[in-house]
Ligand binder design. Sequence first.
Ligand SMILES: [Zn+2]
Length: 249
Amino acid sequence: MSKMAKFFLEKNSMALIEFENETYVSFQSFPFTPIIHLIDALYSRFPDRARLMVRSRIFCNYQPTVACLAAVKVSAKRLSFDKSRCEPRPWVDLTHSAAAPIFETRTSPTSPEQTEIVTDFEQHEKTHTELKKNQPQHQLDRPVRAWGYSSSDQRIWITRNLSSLNPMRHAEWCLAYSILEHRSRVETFEPLNFAIWVSLKPCKMCAAIISQLASAAPQGSTVQVKFLRNDPGPMATHTVLDGKITQMS
Ligand SMILES: [Zn+2]
């Protein structure tokens, strides 16, 4: 098991939700915490009724992280830390369901140029505007795009906002998930050097997840984050990354 995986592994950490006489549970599931994984898995497994399911209270047996609290705020309703509710009983275990879609990955011997990324962001917005004309309102995602580059293995990840499918799946969320999932497979102990670029300033949830990604990386790793446009909305102000990220010039 990699150091990153160990960082997340707290014995028997779990989160559950009860809905229509059924209990749905998620245990610690690297790269994400049980609460985050539970919400994501509900939206992935039960797309037609997840919004209804997450109106029920989520219970967990561990102290929720900043990222957990932000995820509940974005995608669910209520959360309680209550060990007594997390005793074994018949339940539907969602621990191994769902994986974030990777929009695109490729390798590059050098770090992508800022102009390349900005051009890609602009092209994405343009395409999105074209598509928008033919789509019903409820299917519209904000045209947010994220790039991640690891100079340790010359790999590039590119993701986009998919929140109409699943409110957790902001571009940065998909990016962090993809990177963590990849790192857990390669099991390296070498320091990682990541650069992350986002077309819009990360919200509280994404900032917390990127911060979690940075904390989980081996000692000596660096994670730099830059965003193109500021987001003055309440969800993107006072995030855990404030003061640590810069706006692209
Ligand atoms: Zn976000």
